[in-house]
Design a protein around this ligand. Structure first.
Ligand code: ATP
Ligand code: MG
Length: 427
C-alpha cells in the first residue's frame, strides 16, 4: 500500500519550506510595523460561523467547505478563510470595543475544496490583517498602503491594485434591483450559475469567470453610480487617501469579492505574472459583520495575502528571501571509537554558540564521512582522533576550498568565530 498526499495538498519540502518560512516572517514583520498583533486561531470551527459570515450563496459555502461531524453531532468545518474566525475570537474574548481601534493579524493554512491548479490548492496559506473599531476611510487607505508599499519594495512583478465600492445597506438594495433587471434582460447569454445567482445573490454574478458571460457583465450598470452620499464620500476619501500617498490604483466596477460580508471599500492586488489565478492579495471593509456574528456594532476592514501566490511571484522576480547561513556549518566525524565522546562535547558547545553542527557517527570510513558531509551541504568537515583529543583541537577542512587546519576546539566561541569568518585560501 502506497500513500500519497491528497489531491490539491502539497508537502512543502526544503528549500521551499525554508523560503516559505522566511516569507511568513517577512509578512509578520510587515504587519507588526503597522501595529498589528498576531492571534493564533483554530483550524476548525463551527460550520455555521462560515456560512453565516461568508454567505450561503458563495462559492466557498456552496461547494468548497470541508465539512465534518463532531462526536457530539455538531457540524464543523475546516476553516476556508481567517476573517470569520478572527472576529469570532475578538467577540468571544472582547478584544474589540466600539470607539477603540484594534489591529489583529493571523497566518496559517486554509482549506477549500476547489479544482487544483497552479496557484490554487485545497490547503493553502494566508496571512491576514484586520482593523476593527473604525470606519474612517484613511484607515482603509493606510491598510492598502501597507501592502502596496510592500509590493513595490519587494518588486512584485506586474502588480496592480484594483478598487471598488460595494456601497452600504442604504444604497445596495436600489442597485440590486437595477442589476437584477439588467441581468434578466440578458438571461439568454448568462451561464447556469449566473441565472441561479440572479435570484439568490445578484452581486455575486458580477464575479463570474465564465467566458460567455464576460461581455454582458462588463456592460452591467456599475455599483459606484448608485452609491448614497455617505458611501460616495467614503469611497472618494479612500481614493484621495491613496492619491495623497501616490499609491497607484485602478477602479474596477466588477470587483465584488467572493465573500458576502463586504461593504464600502473592496480591493484586490492582481498580477499579470500569475496567469489565470491572478489575485495575490485581497480585502475590504465589512461594517456589518461583527454585529451579524453576535458582537457589538463595530466596523472593520481587513485583507489577506495568499502566501503560495506571493511565493510564485517572488520566485518569478527572483526576490525570494534566502536563508543566509548554510543548512549545516560543520559536520564532525570521530576518527576512532574513543573520540565519540569528544565529538559529542564539541557538537554541543558549537550549538551553544549558534553554529549548526551535525555528527557523522554512522560512517566508519573517512571517505564515507566526506560523502555524508557533502550531502549535508556542510561548509566544513571536522575530524578528531587521538591527537586532537589529547591537544583539545579539531582538524577542520573547508569543503569549498579544500584548505585544512588543526585549530583549538575550545573555547568554543573562538572556534565558532573562526568557522563564521573562515580563513580564505591561506593555509
Ligand atoms: P479567487 O478569486 O482566486 O478564488 P478568492 O476571492 O476566493 O480568490 P479570497 O478568499 O479573497 O480569494 O482569499 C485571499 C487570497 O488567498 C487570494 O487572493 C489568493 O491569493 C489566496 N487564495 C484563495 N484561494 C486560494 C487557493 N485555493 N489556493 C491558493 N491561494 C488561494
Ligand atoms: Mg475562490
Amino acid at each position: 500500500m502506497k500513500y500519497q498526499a491528497p489531491r490539491g495538498v502539497k508537502d512543502l519540502l526544503p528549500p521551499e519550506s525554508e523560503t516559505f518560512r522566511l516569507l511568513e516572517e517577512e509578512i509578520s514583520a510587515l504587519f507588526a510595523l503597522s501595529g498589528f498583533r498576531e492571534v493564533r486561531l483554530p483550524i476548525f470551527e463551527s460550520a455555521a460561523l462560515f456560512s453565516r459570515s461568508i454567505g450561503e450563496s458563495t462559492d466557498i459555502v456552496e461547494k468548497e467547505m470541508y465539512l465534518f461531524e463532531g462526536k457530539g453531532g455538531e457540524r464543523l468545518a475546516l476553516r476556508p478563510e481567517g476573517t470569520a474566525s478572527l472576529l469570532r475570537a475578538a467577540i468571544e474574548h472582547r478584544l474589540a470595543e466600539p470607539g477603540r481601534t484594534t489591529r489583529l493579524s493571523y497566518q496559517g493554512p486554509m482549506f477549500r475544496h476547489e479544482r487544483p491548479q497552479a496557484g490554487r490548492l485545497r490547503q493553502f496559506h494566508q496571512a491576514g490583517a484586520e482593523i476593527l473599531g473604525t470606519n474612517d476611510p484613511d484607515t482603509d487607505a493606510d491598510l492598502i498602503a501597507m501592502v502596496s508599499r510592500y509590493a513595490e519594495k519587494t518588486r512584485i512583478p506586474g502588480s496592480t491594485l484594483l478598487i471598488n465600492s460595494m456601497g452600504c445597506e442604504a444604497c445596495r438594495p436600489a442597485y440590486r434591483t437595477r442589476l437584477v433587471a439588467y441581468l434578466e434582460d440578458h438571461k439568454n447569454t448568462l451561464c447556469e450559475t449566473c441565472l441561479r445567482r440572479t435570484a439568490t445573490n445578484p452581486l455575486r454574478v458580477l464575479d463570474c469567470k465564465v467566458e460567455g458571460c464576460q461581455a454582458v457583465l462588463e456592460a452591467a450598470p456599475p455599483l459606484t453610480e448608485f452609491l448614497c452620499a455617505s458611501s460616495r464620500d467614503h469611497f472618494d476619501s479612500v481614493c484621495r487617501g491613496l492619491a495623497d500617498q501616490s499609491i497607484p490604483y485602478t477602479l474596477s466596477h466588477r470587483l465584488v469579492r467572493g465573500l458576502d460580508y463586504y461593504t464600502e471599500t473592496a480591493f484586490e492586488w492582481v498580477s499579470d505574472a500569475l496567469g489565470s489565478q491572478s489575485t495575490w492579495a485581497a480585502g475590504g471593509r465589512y461594517n456589518g459583520l461583527v454585529s451579524s456574528l453576535g458582537g457589538p456594532d463595530i466596523p472593520g476592514v481587513g485583507l489577506a495575502i495568499g502566501i503560495e501566490r506571493l511565493h510564485l511571484l517572488r520566485e518569478k522576480a527572483a526576490t525570494l528571501p534566502l536563508p543566509t547561513d548554510p543548512p549545516v556549518m560543520i559536520a564532525l566525524h570521530p576518527l576512532d571509537e574513543a573520540s565519540r565522546g569528544y565529538i559529542h562535547r564539541i557538537l554541543s558547545s558549537l550549538r551553544e554558540e549558534n553554529i549548526s553542527a551535525v555528527g557523522l557517527f554512522g560512517q566508519s570510513r573517512l571517505k564515507k564521512a566526506f560523502v555524508s558531509a557533502e550531502r549535508e551541504k556542510a561548509r566544513y568537515i571536522g575530524l578528531a582522533g587521538e591527537d586532537e583529543r589529547e591537544s583539545n583541537t579539531l582538524t577542520i577542512k573547508d569543503l569549498a576550498t579544500g584548505v585544512q587546519k588543526t585549530v583549538p576546539a575550545f573555547p568554543a566561541a573562538s572556534l565558532a568565530d573562526l568557522l563564521r569568518t573562515g580563513w580564505g585560501a591561506e593555509s
